[in-house]
Design a protein around this ligand. Structure first.
Ligand SMILES: C[S@@+](CC[C@H](N)C(=O)[O-])C[C@H]1O[C@@H](n2cnc3c(N)ncnc32)[C@H](O)[C@@H]1O
Length: 304
């Protein structure tokens, strides 16, 4: 597979790594599946504890991330298998690669820091970028396609449902008005339209930039994030050994709600024991060191 590296200056700091390391012990010859290998930070942490008969599988949709992971994991003693795929296809991909049930499956959802900073991806409104938002370049519809083509109601519903944004109708109306003059093709233009829609006379911004929730909504829609997570949650029980652990780190309440409900249903059905009654969150020290960690929630379950 021909792969490009992303910006080596942008380092992704693994979130809740210590919390995971304290709670997960792997057998020397175990199988770990990192469903979101990213730059391989979590994989390296666990891979260093694995012996030569163990297998570490890393999945990612982003070939640039896989390139970084391959570099980082190349000195490990265990067998390392990196697959460019969406974790919603985890069952078929592991079958095709001949990987049996795992001792540990980890999903650290969302995006890595290099993707956020990458000017080609259009994930940030702090720097002006093309309005793209695709983590996987094989996806056809970009954020600009949605913003310029969806009707006003569909836009409002999407921003409300995936961004939990109460001003969604006003934002959708502003977007439709502004795109009539000229298509909205950059992150900065969209952010300024959203900010204008939510501006209150003499008012100050809330704790977060006014465009944050709209950008979250578009990113979730473009990358089908919630459908992907549902498919991973559905596939996980069959890909775990008895006693195998499943850990999911999520970054917003829509994801966390799906994980919580799935663990609860599987616990009631006798499939999982829930290991985290309440989600584990970063301590103050980690939240100060790593801004991205602030909204992280870790839930873990063990297959019976
Ligand atoms: C938060 S980062 C993971 C960082 C990683 N734990 C580390 O320590 O370097 C999330 C990664 O998951 C990937 N990703 C997001 N959705 C995915 C999906 N549905 N299937 C596979 N990979 C996905 C992203 O491309 C990104 O590299």
């Amino acid at each position: 597979m021909a792969m490009d590296a992303d910006d080596p200056q942008v380092e992704h700091i693994p979130v809740l790594a210590e919390a995971l390391a304290e709670r997960i012990d792997l057998p020397q010859d175990g199988v770990m599946v990192d469903a979101t290998v990213g730059h391989g930070g979590h994989s390296l942490l666990f891979g260093e504890r694995l012996g030569p008969r163990a297998t570490l599988v890393g999945l990612d949709v982003d070939e640039k991330a896989l390139f970084r992971a391959a570099e980082r994991l190349k000195a490990l003693k265990c067998k390392v298998v990196l697959l460019r795929c969406n974790f919603r296809e985890i069952a078929d991909q592991l079958d095709a690669a001949g990987i049996g049930p795992a001792d540990f499956i980890l999903a650290d959802l969302g995006i890595n820091s290099a993707q956020f900073a990458d000017p080609q991806r259009g994930l940030s409104f702090q720097v002006d970028m093309p309005l793209d938002m695709r983590i996987d370049k094989r996806i056809e519809t970009t954020a600009a396609d949605i913003v310029n083509e969806a009707d006003e109601k569909a836009l409002a519903d999407l921003i409300y449902e995936f961004g939990q944004e109460r001003g969604s109708r006003r934002i959708a109306r502003f977007i439709v008005q502004h795109r009539q003059n000229q298509p909205i093709m950059t992150t900065a233009r969209l952010a300024s339209i959203v900010a204008a829609a939510l501006a209150r006379p003499g008012g100050k911004w809330r704790r977060i930039h006014p465009a944050t929730r709209t950008f979250q909504a578009l990113r979730i829609a473009v990358n089908h994030e919630l459908e992907n997570l549902k498919a991973l949650l559905a596939a996980a029980p069959r890909r775990l050994k008895g006693g195998g652990r499943f850990a999911v780190i999520s970054f917003h309440s829509l994801e966390d709600g799906l994980v919580k409900a799935d663990f609860k249903a599987n616990s009631a059905a006798g499939v999982y024991d829930i290991l985290t009654k309440k989600p584990i969150v970063p301590d103050r020290c980690e939240a100060e060191r790593n801004r991205r960690a602030r909204s992280a929630k870790l839930r873990m379950a063990r297959k019976r």
